[in-house]
Design a protein around this ligand. Structure first.
Ligand code: UD1
Ligand code: MG
Length: 448
């Protein structure tokens, strides 16, 4: 069988009560993607493309999320939470179906790295069972890894069952375990619940494996990589760790971040080279940025494509479907939604552009609004190449401004304007000579 056919069992039946949330815990997001989706993606990258997720009953939204991430993923339900070995047992049919290695992951441990899982796979060529351990700053609550003199793993002792001496061990179990093909079913059969919590502990598999003459090994990861999330503060901690990684990756890829700690990326943000990102910029999912782009401070950008050499902001907002071609300039307080802005166009101040197509080198004056919504439908505005829209114009869609046309400032444009024409639609100006001084005189008399 090829490496990509290996199966991961992802445990996600936890209630997550400490999150105090209507959402299943693993549906909470880190860098714009649910924890469970992170875990599934990492498993896939490490060659564990077959997935069985063990979830609680009535977790429809979670099931949908798993299906979106891994079409064909299998779902096993754990009605009663009787422990991690019991949870893995819910996937028994899928485990028995294969002679391939099996990986057990937790859905609430989303910062694990694919290369760590690959190391575990490699270790499985020498061992029958591999546990991912870490050095805990505070080991309280974790299972402790008990090693033999030769460095092999002898047992995992849960905190509640550990002696004082064992509790002094700081090398802990992350929960991630890998089993050589075929060994897991026999071990599951022998796991009981004779322990402090009366749970079926997957960690007991280690001692049972030793008794059967199998070899158990440890691979280690950094504590940050194996952070499990049970509460909102831990969610925030995971977000901070993930953002640290994404900022580092952006800079390693050739972007300059003036104040990295104030820039928030999404898990999938794509950034070219020689991009400059000023402070306080937030990227939602689905953003790609070409080379030589400058993003000035306080921009918010989601589901948008920004081509080479654009200059954006400060204070610009790009919403889903914003597509900027090369060399576009957007200034302060400009919002773009579901619109294509072609090469070299400028929208420099205080504008809303929605459901529009803006031609090459068009100049959109300050305060231009596309009136795209009539309460029922979204309507299109088309602005031709090189058109010039005077400041404070309202373009009532559907409407089309021809290439090279001018729109007089303050116009409310409700009809198409042909190429190279002037469209103006506003009250005619009148001047009344001496009106102001007469007005002031009249009011000054009243005041006496
Ligand atoms: C577990 C490990 C412990 C390790 C720690 C790391 C066991 C017995 N202990 O302890 O050695 O140091 O994780 O965080 O495995 N789950 C289910 N169904 C269940 C029980 C758990 O799906 O019946 C899932 C949970 O949702 C969670 C994961 O398994 O994602 C771990 O469960 P949890 O209760 O947090 O285990 P710990 O007691 O923390
Ligand atoms: Mg836990």
């Amino acid at each position: 069988m090829s490496i990509s056919e290996k199966r991961a069992i992802v445990l996600a039946a936890g209630m997550g009560t400490r999150m105090k949330s209507a959402l299943p815990k693993v549906m909470h997001k880190i860098a714009g993607r649910s924890m469970i989706a992170h875990v599934l993606a990492i498993a896939g990258r490490a060659g564990f493309a077959q997935i069985t997720a063990v979830i609680g009953p009535e977790s429809g939204a979670l099931e949908d999320e798993i299906g979106r991430q891994v079409p064909g993923a299998r779902i096993a339900y754990q009605e009663e939470r009787l422990g991690t070995a019991h949870a893995v047992g819910m996937a028994r049919g899928d485990i028995e179906e294969t002679d391939d290695d099996i990986l057990v992951l937790y859905g609430d441990t989303p910062l694990i790295r694919a290369q760590t899982l690959t190391l575990m796979s490699e270790e499985l060529t020498r061992a029958d069972l591999v546990v991912l351990g870490f050095e805990a700053a505070d080991p309280t609550g974790y299972g402790r890894l008990i090693l033999e003199a030769n460095g092999e793993l002898a047992a995992i002792r849960e905190h509640a069952d550990a002696s004082d001496e064992e509790r002094r061990i700081t090398l802990c179990n992350s929960g991630v375990m890998a089993f050589r093909g075929g060994v897991l079913p026999g071990l599951l059969d022998r796991i009981g619940n004779d322990n402090a919590k009366e749970e079926y502990y997957l960690t007991d598999a280690v001692e049972l494996a030793k008794q059967a003459g199998l070899r158990c090994a440890v691979v280690t990861a950094g504590e940050d990589d194996v952070l499990g999330i049970n509460s909102r503060p831990q969610l925030a901690q995971a977000e901070a760790i993930m953002q640290g990684r994404l900022r580092a990756a952006a800079m390693a890829g050739g972007a300059s971040l003036h104040d990295p700690a104030s820039v928030y990326f999404s898990f999938d943000t794509k950034i070219g080279r020689d991009v400059i990102i000023e402070p306080c910029v937030v990227f939602g999912p689905g953003v790609s940025i070409g080379d030589d782009v400058v993003i000035k401070g306080f921009c918010h950008i989601e589901q948008a494509r920004i081509a080479k050499g654009c200059v954006i902001g400060p204070f610009a907002r790009l919403r889903p479907g914003a597509e900027l071609a090369a060399g576009v300039k957007l200034g302060n307080f400009v919002e773009i939604k579901q619109s294509r802005v072609h090469e070299g166009a400028k929208i420099s101040h205080l504008s809303y552009i929605g459901d529009a197509e803006i031609g090459c080198n068009a100049n959109i004056g300050a305060g231009t609004i596309t009136c795209n919504y009539d309460g029922f439908n979204k309507n299109l505005t088309k602005i031709g190449e090189g058109a010039f829209i005077g400041s404070n114009s309202a373009l009532v869609a559907p409407v089309s401004i021809g290439p090279g046309a001018y729109i007089g400032s303050g116009s409310v444009i409700t009809k198409d304007v042909p190429a190279d024409a002037l469209g103006v639609a506003r009250g005619k100006q009148v001047e009344k000579t001496g009106w102001a001084s007469a007005f002031r005189r009249a009011n000054a008399k009243k005041g006496k």
